[in-house]
Write a protein that binds this ligand. Structure first.
Ligand SMILES: Nc1ncnc2c1ncn2[C@@H]1O[C@H](COP(=O)(O)OP(=O)(O)OP(=O)(O)O)[C@@H](O)[C@H]1O
Ligand code: SF4
Ligand SMILES: [Mg+2]
Length: 363
């Protein structure tokens, strides 16, 4: 069946799973759809996204603003389920358990323990009326039978590890007493306090200076090394994912347009939108004026999603596939080789030729 014709279930409705994840994946997302009923119409924020992440593996999720990256991650954590205007369908398998159809209390218990998230907006993750330390202590004690004193020691240790100066004192500060960057770090400390097996990091380093950025990425790597955690790293900064990611997923208009290993997506990209993203990637070996070539045009509407390829209005190669198919038929994700998938009507030989002869030499 075409993915285009499907919509998620009725508002608040939860569509239970029929299949199970594979043995060696820790997180398996299948055909996830998260739609919001609004006064303007149905917003298809996430529209049929599938991927797997194994223990110890990092999946990088890239795509421009509004492509559905945050909605996907909040969906995995079950955080849209309370929204009365949300329609959710698909499957989210975490360590062999399906979560979309699971008891919300059970999913809530898994949050902060087995799976945890570094939110894009630190204020949304911290309560303004409690000290930073009290919140980390609470997050730790919910899942560990330890004394308050031991939990406080753990909170101070975590604040120290994320680079907060004088953690023994700052543990008693309120979130508003921290600068934006410090709040971000405190939230990261809270997200990591229970050594989660799945960490979703949504733009984790955007507000931070380069030194702290490196420190946070090291911390995430340590977590992975020590506990074999699976990590989803959402970012606009392809530099971050180039360093960290084993696999990449490129999102456009609520859908995945390309996914594969980081090597495949960086060195043999198959989708014209990915070429655009790579062209807009900062390069340290070029001068500033040459660095950023943004993808021209604006992201597609998620309400009146047109037929055909959502990237068509911005795609410089839209006329290459024959019979005007890009304007009438949505390209499905198709394997182009060895676990590398791309959603484009252009013949693979043509894409390979354009990439190797026209695009890659200019990057
Ligand atoms: N509760 C909601 N109701 C209606 N629309 C929503 C809701 N939450 C998100 N959206 C819409 O879903 C789309 C995807 O949003 P999302 O936050 O996932 O984008 P993003 O890829 O994370 O962008 P950014 O890079 O700016 O963080 C946006 O158009 C957003 O306006
Ligand atoms: S299907 Fe056509 S319009 Fe869409 S990305 Fe491929 S070439 Fe461009
Ligand atoms: Mg976001």
């Amino acid at each position: 069946m075409s993915e285009v014709s499907k919509t998620a279930g009725a508002p608040g409705e939860v569509v239970p799973a029929q299949r199970s994840g594979t043995e060696d994946t820790f997180l398996s997302v299948r055909d996830l759809r998260i739609h919001f009923q609004t006064d303007d119409g149905l917003v298809k924020s996430v529209d049929g996204v599938s991927f797997d992440v194994k223990p110890g593996e990092t999946l990088g999720v890239v795509g421009e603003s509004g492509s559905g990256k945050s909605v996907t991650s909040l969906g995995i954590l079950g955080l849209h389920r309370a929204a009365p205007n949300a329609r959710i369908s698909g499957e989210v398998w975490l360590d062999g358990e399906e979560l979309i159809g699971a008891d919300p209390d059970h999913v809530r218990r898994l949050r902060g323990q087995k799976m945890s998230m570094i939110f894009q907006d630190p204020l949304s993750a911290m309560h303004p009326y409690y000290t930073v330390g009290a919140q980390i202590v609470e997050a730790y004690r919910v899942h560990n039978k330890v004394t308050k004193k031991a939990a406080r020691t753990r909170a101070i240790e975590m604040l120290d590890r994320v680079g907060i100066p004088e953690p023994g004192k700052r543990v008693d500060s309120y979130p508003h007493e921290f600068s934006g960057g410090m709040r971000q770090r405190a939230m990261i400390a809270m997200a990591l306090v229970n050594n989660p097996q799945l960490l979703i990091a949504d733009e984790p380093t955007t507000a931070l200076d380069v030194t702290v950025q490196a420190q946070i990425l090291d911390l995430i790597r340590d977590l992975q090394k020590e506990f074999g955690s699976a990590v989803i790293m959402i970012t606009h900064d392809l530099g971050v994912v180039a360093e960290m990611a084993d696999k990449l997923l490129v999102m456009y208009g609520g859908r995945c347009v390309e996914r594969g290993t980081a090597e495949q997506v960086f060195y043999e990209p198959q989708h014209p939108y990915t070429w655009g993203l790579l062209g807009s990637m900062p390069r340290i070996d070029r001068d500033q004026t040459e660095r950023l070539i943004p993808v021209k045009g604006s992201p597609p509407s998620l309400i009146n999603v047109p037929d055909g390829c959502a990237f068509n209005p911005r795609c410089p190669y839209a006329d290459i596939p024959k019979d005007d198919i890009t304007r009438t038929t949505r390209p499905e994700l198709t394997e182009t080789g060895n676990g590398h998938f791309s959603a484009c009507h252009m013949a693979q030989e043509e894409r390979t030729r354009i990439w190797t002869e026209e695009i890659a030499p200019k990057l």
